[in-house]
Design a binder for this molecule. Structure first.
Ligand code: C2E
Ligand code: CA
Ligand code: CA
Ligand code: CA
Length: 279
């Protein structure tokens, strides 16, 4: 297209000029996204594989700009990280999540947890811990309902700066999840020494379930070894019943994916919990 790139996606064959315009427009707009109330959270339910009950949610950020349209986090989180906008955005995500936890606590007496994705830049901030604890106490939320999701690369990039911090957060009851497990390099035995409570098996592993028996055996082994290390195992990106059934036989603890539900609005998440309470 000859137009300047508003609201459209970038293609592999976009010119460098188009890429620069695209980037500058998004960076400029992202600066004002919080103040303009363009950010919101979606919540994807996490289900106990056995009981099929909701045990938690993952908060996923969304950005809707009147000119640029809907922009996915895969597009704007890297921009937020490069521009340091991830600090205010990350804090906003945490505060919105805590507000959501307070709302679900009003309607559910189960201790449902909510996970947020935390970027390495956020985590290595000196005052990350202090700000988080402040927000938790301000909203009177018990730390055990709050989960921090970090990716393997985050943990490995800044292991010294983050491990001690995560251990202190765990000590007060917060849970730490390792996201996208299987896409990085760490072995399960290595994870043993890291401050992790939950292991999220990456969607790419779940996608290929049922294709070969050797792959299925590998996933079964990961689930079992993870549990032997005391980790709560969560499978991501479960789209089909056959995948859920296999994960159930492997003894996987929880699952998340389109098969049960796509990420939902705050209102729909609350409705879902209300319906579950009635049953
Ligand atoms: P992630 O943390 O691995 O989140 C899972 C992604 O997979 C989400 O995409 C979710 O909508 C999608 N998903 C879940 N189940 C299925 C399924 O069954 N099939 C398919 N095809 N997709 C599924 P989303 O929301 O676009 O987020 C993409 C990534 O952006 C996240 O990957 C995470 O790395 C990042 N992200 C999202 N929200 C935040 C945030 O608040 N802060 C930071 N730092 N990163 C975030
Ligand atoms: Ca995640
Ligand atoms: Ca993930
Ligand atoms: Ca991912």
């Amino acid at each position: 297209s000859k137009e300047s790139g508003r609201g459209k996606v970038l293609h592999y064959n976009s010119t460098m000029f188009e890429k620069i315009i695209w980037r500058v427009e998004r960076e400029e707009a992202l600066k004002h996204a919080i103040a303009n109330h363009e950010l919101y959270l979606a919540f994807q339910p996490q289900i106990d594989c056995k009981t099929k009950e909701i045990i938690g949610f993952e908060a996923l950020i969304r950005w809707s700009n009147p000119k640029l349209g809907q922009i996915t986090p895969l597009e704007f989180i890297p921009i937020a990280e490069e521009t340091q906008l991830i600090m205010p955005i990350g804090k906003w995500v945490i505060d919105e999540t805590l507000t959501f936890i307070n709302e679900i606590n009003k309607i559910s007496n189960k201790r449902i947890h909510v996970a947020v994705n935390v970027s390495v830049l956020q985590l290595i901030q000196e005052d990350f811990e202090e700000l988080l604890l402040e927000s938790l106490s301000l909203k009177a939320i018990s730390p055990d309902q709050f989960v921090i999701e970090i990716t393997e690369s985050v943990l490995m990039q800044a292991i010294d700066a983050t491990a001690a911090k995560l251990e202190r957060l765990q000590a007060i009851g917060l849970k730490v999840a390792l996201d996208d497990f299987g896409t990085g390099y760490s072995s399960l035995s290595y994870l043993k020494n890291l401050p992790i409570d939950i292991l999220k098996i990456d969607k790419s592993f779940v996608d290929t379930l049922g294709e070969t028996s050797s792959h299925d055996d590998l996933i079964r082994m990961i689930v079992q070894m993870g549990q032997e290390l005391g980790l709560h195992m969560v499978a991501e990106g479960v789209e089909h019943q056959s995948q859920l059934e296999m994960l159930q036989t492997f003894g996987c603890n929880a699952m998340q994916g389109y098969y049960y539900s796509k990420p939902l609005s705050k209102e729909d998440s609350i409705k879902l919990l209300q319906i579950e309470n009635k049953n």
